[in-house]
Design a binder for this molecule. Structure first.
Ligand SMILES: NC(=O)C1=CN([C@@H]2O[C@H](COP(=O)(O)OP(=O)(O)OC[C@H]3O[C@@H](n4cnc5c(N)ncnc54)[C@H](OP(=O)(O)O)[C@@H]3O)[C@@H](O)[C@H]2O)C=CC1
Ligand SMILES: O=C(O)C1=N[C@H](C(=O)O)C[C@H](O)C1
Length: 245
């Protein structure tokens, strides 16, 4: 049995993660911790799953790693500086590993992978992500990561800069730019989490779309991470590394 703790246990995703851990025969939910609960309740866990908030996740990670607990993190808001801090904590605590994945949905990971594969064949690529209005960060972690993967594919292929004659604009009209890829964020009541990657070439458009229909869709990926994190050395970013794509 793997002893598992959950941070953000009363949140939208945390509730689903707790249910999935409790239902798994090889996992033991030893602590369900939310805001204002003492983090020390996680002592005794081997793996901790974090679905909290970008403002608190770094403190949670530092605590877990310094206490010898392997974190599996779904919380978003990671940039290069944050990832470097995590690597520093892991270096100081050899034997502790961490998995950070901007999206644990298997179909979402495939959507990112397909977008990365397709990117080099098109002149233009833009991302539209659409989420529920309670989301703290924009653009989403998934959109940021997709843009980074697309940018990397285009760099490797030597792609020309994307055509764009915009010479005047209202602030934000062209979205945010992540490594040269435009990302547009919609926040709308009724949505959960959705993304379109629009790829345009000469007379053709390819749209790759992913829709999250419920939050239990994240749990198979989370459980995969929980089962595997102890054998993944250091920091792993992205569930794709566990999927043999
Ligand atoms: N990687 C992935 O596949 C996915 C990632 N996410 C990300 O996960 C994060 C959480 O999303 P979601 O579940 O929708 O958010 P919620 O706000 O529903 O849940 C977060 C929970 O964490 C609690 N919390 C806040 N601070 C702490 C703390 N210091 N310690 C423990 N718990 C705390 C919150 O309490 P309170 O409400 O009282 O503040 C809340 O109950 C977001 O960053 C989101 O983008 C979401 C879906 C999938
Ligand atoms: O906040 C959410 O809901 C989600 N957050 C993640 C992100 O920022 O990409 C994953 C998914 O989009 C749901």
């Amino acid at each position: 049995m793997i002893r598992v703790g959950v941070l953000g246990a009363r949140g939208r995703v945390g509730i689903e993660v707790c249910k999935a851990v409790e239902a798994a025969g090889d996992l033991d939910l030893v602590a369900a911790v939310d805001k204002d609960d003492p983090i020390e309740r996680l002592e005794g866990a081997e793996v901790v799953v974090d679905f909290t908030h970008p403002d608190v996740v770094m403190g949670n990670l530092e605590w877990c790693i310094s206490h010898g607990v392997h974190p599996v993190v779904g919380t978003t808001g990671f940039d290069a500086a944050r990832l470097a801090s995590v690597r520093g904590w892991l270096d100081a605590n050899p034997g502790v590993n961490a998995l950070i994945a901007p999206n644990f949905g298997i179909a979402a990971v495939l959507m990112m992978h397909f977008a990365q594969q397709a990117a080099r064949y098109f002149e233009s690529v833009e991302i539209v992500e659409l989420h529920h209005p309670n989301k703290a960060d924009a653009p989403s972690g998934t959109a940021r990561r997709t843009a980074e993967l697309i940018a990397e594919a285009r760099r490797k292929a030597g792609s020309a800069p994307m055509p764009d004659a915009t010479s005047s604009q209202l602030d934000g009209a062209r979205g945010a730019e992540v490594e040269g890829v435009h990302v547009h964020a919609v926040r709308l009541a009724g949505l959960i989490a959705h993304q379109e990657v629009l790829l345009g070439g000469d007379g053709e458009i390819l749209t790759i779309r992913h829709d999250t229909m419920n939050r239990s869709s994240f749990t198979p990926g989370v459980l995969l991470g929980v089962r595997r994190v102890r054998e993944l050395p250091g920091l792993t970013v992205g569930l794709e590394h566990l999927l043999d794509l």
